[in-house]
Design a protein around this ligand. Sequence first.
Ligand SMILES: [Zn+2]
Length: 233
Amino acid sequence: MNESAIILRSARRKRTVALHVQADGTLCVQAPMKTSVAWINRFIASKAAWVARRRARAKEKAARPVPVIEEGSCVPYQGHLWRIRLVEAGDASTSDEDGVILLSLPTGLSDEGRRVEAQTELTLWYKRQARRVFAERVEHWAAPLGLRPARLIVTAPLRQWGSCSATNAIRLNWRLIMAAPELLDYVIVHELCHIPHKHHGRAFWRSVEAAMPDAKALRRTLREWENSGHQHC
Ligand SMILES: [Zn+2]
């Protein structure tokens, strides 16, 4: 784990200093041009416990084994574990079954080739389900709230589950398809409420909680799920 810190100066940043711990443990400090190094060092020292917690989390994540996708593996989908079935491409005898993910692989691959292909096919499967389910859920919430995004984009932002742009395009991370449906709903409601409120102020949270009274608890559950290594079983 890297214990060093990088300080990035920004002319655009006026007052606040932002800290972020990267996957390799490096501490990234974004600071305004004029802030002194001594002040920044004192600020980092005052956040030592937070930085240590983030580094511990990054270390744990880095040590987690990469899951191997093979026949019978189970993977998360909408909060449940679904079983992987590998079939030969063109095999028409198999049909869709609840709780089972069918991935078709070309014939004649090496073991390593099959593993790579299975992983690729699984990602494509997740993205297909995400596009379908997210559109349904956005529609489910958009009508009663009277908040409709200009566009819905299913994507994979690095550190976010969702975002809402200045032009009201909502982006949702396809990996949310692995989470329980109520966590996906929380992210959708959160982003829809950013259409009228481009901030995390009181008015924003009031509208989130009016739509979804247990939003705060769901937000905590989403953080826990995020840190629990939900990617495999
Ligand atoms: Zn937000």
